[in-house]
Design a protein around this ligand. Sequence first.
Ligand code: TYM
Length: 333
Amino acid sequence: MSKKIFSGVQPTGNLHLGNYLGAIKNFVELNNDSQNNCIFCVVDLHAITIKQDPIELRDNIRETVATFIACGIDPKKSIIFNQSTVAAHSEAAWLLSCVAKIGWLNRMTQFKEKAGKDKEKASIGLYSYPILMAADILLYDSTHVPVGEDQKQHLELCRDIAQKFNNDYEVEDFLKAPEPLIQKEFSRIMSLKDGTKKMSKSEVSDLSRINLTDDKDVIINKIKKAKTDSLPLPSSASELSERFEAKNLLGIYSSLTNSSLEKSIKEFDGKNFSKFKEKLSQVLVEKINPISLEIKKLINDKKFLDRILIDGYEKANKIANLKVKKMHEIMGF
Ligand code: TYM
């Protein structure tokens, strides 16, 4: 059965290895399966839930498109567009916000993390962000949503919103509850400086992440400086339960080489970190360096990138407008 794939990435700069291994790598595989209809959205409306510099935002939107292409997404096979160009997203988000419950949003852990201690000062957009995300997905009758593990709760909320809308308005299966596509392993890549924290764009230290624009020397240096512990590499996965940094680095290696954690553990059993780090840097450079070079090349071709977004807008806008129109009819407008 053909799948309708939808996913989004925020254009907030510093797209990193976590975005790649947790999400974009999966987008590429789904895009390569001709049975699938894929839509990949640059979610600029989500980006502004935290204040953005308008000039940087514009550049970051193009850089995100360049990253999609450099990673291997083919714009001829998938729709790539930016969210703010399709007005139906904002509109559907409002309609759905009248269905979703405050109690549901109050449970969202990402808001709690992002808002920090002073929640009163967070934007309302940051709070209602998962409703906009539900609108993104539901407008396209998406069946599958590839994301990293951190988005799981938002997808559960999206399913709840779809069900509540269908129940409230007695329209069985009008909004389709999507399946999350979260990789079984390595769906949460951690910081290189602290194996208990997620690798993130917003972390102050650049040494905490591998950016997809990092060059060879930067990658080697970051892996050299990545936090480890004083023990040799383990002989079994059970020894990793409290060794967060070792587990993360072995996970990154496994994901990049498409092997299981067990296989990687066997490969480095009892070795010291310097040997392992050499090999890890090598596979990282092999994977990331070509992507980084391609992003830097594409970023100069604004016309090409803008063309992709315009084509994507035209296709996405048609689908989304039809759905939002039907929502209007159902809701009594
Ligand atoms: P964003 O922009 O924060 O991240 C984009 C994708 O990268 C994944 N990701 C990670 N995966 C593994 N390890 C990490 N350290 C890591 N950091 C990020 C995210 O899970 C995500 O898949 N709300 C979304 C964007 C969004 C969206 C949507 C996604 C808006 N609308 C509709 C799917 C469907 C977000 O902020 O992703």
